[in-house]
Ligand binder design. Structure first.
Ligand SMILES: [Zn+2]
Length: 114
């Protein structure tokens, strides 16, 4: 029986797209939200698929809180690229199925693998 565990986490950061409508985008900030989907086919004796707290703590260790993303990464830090980047990191540790990165309440991008 498959389960999907979902954990959301906010981080605040500045960024600019390196190319947007003909040139670099102006520097600005967001309170980003990352949403992680992790699949498990079983539960432990306590009824847990994957421990929320463990995922939350792991996200703390990889999220670039209060950073200028263009200084942290060597790619244009769009929501799309960030979703793929975090997916690849999480994949090494968890059975991650999807990562969503929200720039605003209404605009986000997801990366997933079947
Ligand atoms: Zn932005």
């Amino acid at each position: 029986m498959p389960y999907i565990v979902r954990v959301k986490k906010k981080f605040s950061a500045a960024h600019f797209l390196t190319y947007y409508k003909g040139g670099p985008e102006p520097l600005h900030g967001h309170t980003f939200v990352i949403e992680v989907y992790i699949k498990s086919n079983s539960l432990d004796k306590g009824g847990i698929a994957v421990d929320f707290i463990e995922i939350d703590e792991y996200l703390d260790s990889i999220l670039p809180d209060y950073r200028l993303l263009n200084e942290v990464y060597d790619f244009s830090p769009s929501a799309e690229n960030l979703a793929k980047y975090f997916f690849d990191i999480l994949k090494a540790k968890y059975n991650v199925k999807k990562v969503v990165v929200w720039e605003t309440e209404n605009c986000g991008a997801e990366y997933y693998e079947d």
